[in-house]
Design a protein around this ligand. Structure first.
Ligand code: HEM
Length: 416
């Protein structure tokens, strides 16, 4: 890991380029965000092969953008920085890339399934999956924590909740992996494939995921269950809407939860005093989960497109502009978080409500937030019960991406 003392407090504005994934390859450039929050909170960032985008970095401004969904649209240009053609945007529109009213209609179909009370009922299943995964991984002693633990759990939980049989789980997990990955050269090839431009992530794996989703829907036609798939499949969606929303559900909680768990363990290894504190006080698991979420901020930003000319922090933004909101920066805003650079598993609950890892609130607030919280808490409860010591055996390998704050590999030694 980079020695934090080498990092400057701020940098000249002209050195900042948030479009460059290399800037995120070694670590999150927090000094850039600090500079932007202080000096240019609504900053225009040119792009080498695009129109450029506005970067919003202060906590309150990010909230404002997400609150005003009619000015800052998710539907006009999608939610990713990449500029898609209108037919691509249209073909890929899951609820995350829609504005009201259609967004609300689709979300309403399944939102009760993700409410705190409903999610609480999955706790035993999540714990069961976690125990199985740890039973396989921990006896190995030395292993890649991402491969063996943090990538396994979210997809296993997803498969469990959807009632996917054990023998098909490996397949859906691998499909999920192929769909994601983005700018990292290790996974990039799908993105250059023109033939699949109308598919989510421009990836042929999306077609297989569609097929898989249709197969489960077909099963429900004969054997209706009181579950998410039945609600989504028979809720009046078009085939395309069902397909893309199935892919959204299969992918949204995958890498995000994985990276939170990985960063969580890494943080506990880097801050042994916090690990000790957690071991001594199990009441802290919930607040530790919130701090891991803030610390990890697995999704750096999302994008909106302005539907009219507007103004934010005194800066004029024209109609049709790309506007990005940087949750990473909001989560380190010193006007909201005291000493934001400290990993403190006991941050006061009133402040926890405030992290924006799941978005800052508003129409698109993460549907899976309670499920993700449950997973992270249960993983660390079970892990700390079983393991006495953790040690890095090599450097963590980061994902090269300005979208995901990801770790690809975390080589560890774990002693029972
Ligand atoms: C640590 C894990 C996770 C993180 C960091 C995360 C983050 C996010 C963020 C930042 C958004 C957009 C918020 C906005 O625009 O205001 C979002 C939306 C969403 N997330 Fe998550 N997420 C996580 C886990 C999950 C899980 C487990 C699921 C469940 C399947 C899920 C399903 C969704 C869905 C369906 C949306 C779109 C909601 C909408 O457009 O109304 N997420 N998530």
């Amino acid at each position: 890991m980079t020695d934090k003392t080498d990092v400057p407090e701020t940098v000249p504005l002209e050195e900042i380029d948030l479009s460059d994934p290399d800037a995120f390859a070694e670590r999150v450039p927090h000094e850039w965000f600090r500079t932007l929050r202080r000096e240019d909170p609504v900053h225009f960032n040119p792009e080498p092969d695009g129109p450029g985008f506005w970067a919003v970095t202060r906590y309150e401004d990010i909230r404002e953008v997400h609150r005003q969904w009619d000015i800052y649209s998710s539907e006009v240009g999608g939610t990713s920085l990449e500029d898609l053609e209108p037919d691509q945007i249209e073909a890929r529109k899951s609820m995350i890339d829609l504005d009201p009213p259609r967004h609300d209609e689709i979300r309403r179909l399944i939102k009760s399934r993700f409410a705190p009370r409903a999610v609480k009922e999955w706790e035993d299943q999540v714990r069961g999956v976690t125990q199985q995964v740890l039973d396989v991984a921990l006896p190995k002693g030395e292993f890649d924590f991402v491969r063996e633990v943090s990538s396994e759990i979210p997809m296993q939980v997803f498969a469990e909740i959807l009632g996917i049989p054990q023998e098909e789980r490996r397949y859906i997990i691998e499909l999920g992996d192929h769909l994601l990955g983005g700018q990292d050269p290790e996974y990039a090839q799908a993105y250059e494939d023109h033939a699949h431009r109308l598919l989510p992530f421009s990836s042929p794996a999306a077609l297989e995921m569609f097929e898989f989703g249709r197969k489960i829907a077909e099963e429900r036609r004969h054997d209706q269950k009181d579950d998410i798939i039945t609600q989504l499949a028979f809720g009046g969606l078009t085939q395309r809407e069902y397909d893309v929303n199935f892919v959204l559900l299969a992918t949204a909680g995958n890498e995000t939860t994985r990276h939170t768990i990985t960063h969580g363990l890494l943080a506990l290894m880097e801050y042994p005093d916090q690990l000790e504190r957690l071991r001594n006080d199990p009441d802290l698991f919930s607040s530790a989960t919130e701090e891991m979420l803030r610390w990890a901020t697995p999704v750096h930003h999302f994008r909106r497109t302005t539907t009219c000319g507007t103004e934010l922090e005194g800066t004029e933004i024209p109609a049709g502009a790309k506007v990005t909101t940087w949750f990473t920066s909001g989560n380190h805003d010193e006007t909201v978080f005291e000493n934001p650079a400290a990993f403190d598993i006991g941050r006061e609950p009133s402040r926890h409500v405030g992290h924006m890892t799941f978005g800052p609130g508003g129409k698109h607030f993460c549907l899976g937030a309670h499920l993700a919280r449950l997973e992270v808490r249960v993983v660390f409860e079970e892990l700390l019960k079983r393991a006495a010591e953790f040690e890095l055996t090599g450097p963590p390998e980061r994902l090269r991406s300005n979208f995901f704050n990801g770790i690809k590999r975390l080589p560890v030694r774990v002693k029972a």
